[in-house]
Ligand binder design. Structure first.
Ligand code: LHQ
Length: 261
């Protein structure tokens, strides 16, 4: 799979998507949005992919929408359709992908880029990373699912604070607020993300995927419905080879060899 604005690589069960417009801190053009959404769809189709990493090249993760493109397209540019046909596909493809997605946040994530970070399941950040809800700086409202995702993680008061101040939230504060799972020195990010990715790609993939589905669905379920849905999913998980392997490995006091089936 070759792309122009992102890099896409699959090795050892891990797909790595690298946003690759470093001169603009990987700002999203329409073309890059389309490629990113397609790459996540490709991850869902490819049984060899058992974990996905998204990161940025250079010193940024992504600065969100490429504002140069917006200005250049002038009146022809219509934000609503641009969001619906573009960013919404990325966010829905990440959240709907029943495989763990790791955001390797190598630098600043701004605007829609924060949505991409929050849609991801595990967020490992460099100590040089930061998050900026840049929208209000240009008179816009948060998009890319942020009004839904952000208050769930940090509560509405802090979410609204970040939206209206557009302040740059540093990595340590983001860790303290539960936005990142881990913060590591910049020169250790790649190695740490690799450890995470190998571990997740070598795990019981059906269990990992169904857990993501269960947690996502639980947001809109009553406790009664969530209990019922868990029982349904557990029936599915209990019929996997990996469940049998996990139980056997425990009883035989050895490490399990999961195959993702
Ligand atoms: C950029 C950008 C950028 C182009 C840095 N575009 N070049 C959806 C639908 C439609 C419309 C609007 O929006 C959306 C969703 C959104 O994402 S809205 C939010 C859009 N993003 C922003 O407003 C962020 C703008 N960027 C910044 O505030 C800063 O660049 C941040 C805080 C991200 C990083 O600051 P610094 O580390 O100081 O870097 P810098 O500002 O020097 O940027 C480095 C280069 O990247 C620079 O180019 P240059 O040629 O001067 O080296 C910037 O112009 C370019 N760049 N963001 N979004």
């Amino acid at each position: 799979m070759t792309y122009e604005h992102i890099l896409y690589d699959v090795a050892g069960g891990v797909a790595t998507i690298t946003l690759n417009r470093p001169d603009s801190l990987n700002a999203f053009t329409t073309a890059m949005i389309g490629e990113t959404a397609d790459a996540f769809k490709q991850c869902s189709r490819d049984a060899a992919v058992r974990c996905v990493v998204i990161t940025g090249s250079g010193r940024g993760f992504t600065a969100g929408q490429d504002l140069g493109e917006v200005q250049a397209r002038g009146d022809e540019f219509s934000i609503g359709p641009h969001l619906r046909a573009g960013y919404h596909r990325i966010i829905k493809n990440i959240v709907g992908l029943e495989k763990p997605v790791i955001a390797a946040v190598n630098g600043v994530a701004a605007g829609a880029g924060v949505g991409v970070v929050l849609a991801s399941d595990i967020r490992i950040a460099s100590d040089k990373a930061s998050l900026v809800l840049a929208f209000s700086k240009i008179g816009l409202v948060p998009d890319s699912g942020l009004n839904w995702l952000l208050p769930r993680v940090i509560g509405q008061a802090r979410a609204y604070q970040l939206a209206v101040t557009a302040e740059r939230l540093g990595a340590e504060q983001a860790l303290a607020w539960g936005l990142f799972n881990e913060v590591v020195p910049a020169d250790q990010l790649a190695a740490r993300v690799d450890e995470w990715a190998q571990r997740l790609a070598g795990g019981p993939s059906v269990s990992f995927g169904l857990t993501k589905r269960a947690m996502n669905r639980a947001w809109s379920q009553t406790l009664e419905e969530a209990l019922d849905y868990e029982a349904y999913l557990q029936d599915t998980a209990a019929h996997t080879e990996d469940n049998k392997e996990g139980v056997a490995a425990f009883l035989e006091k050895r490490a399990p060899q999961y195959r993702g089936r």
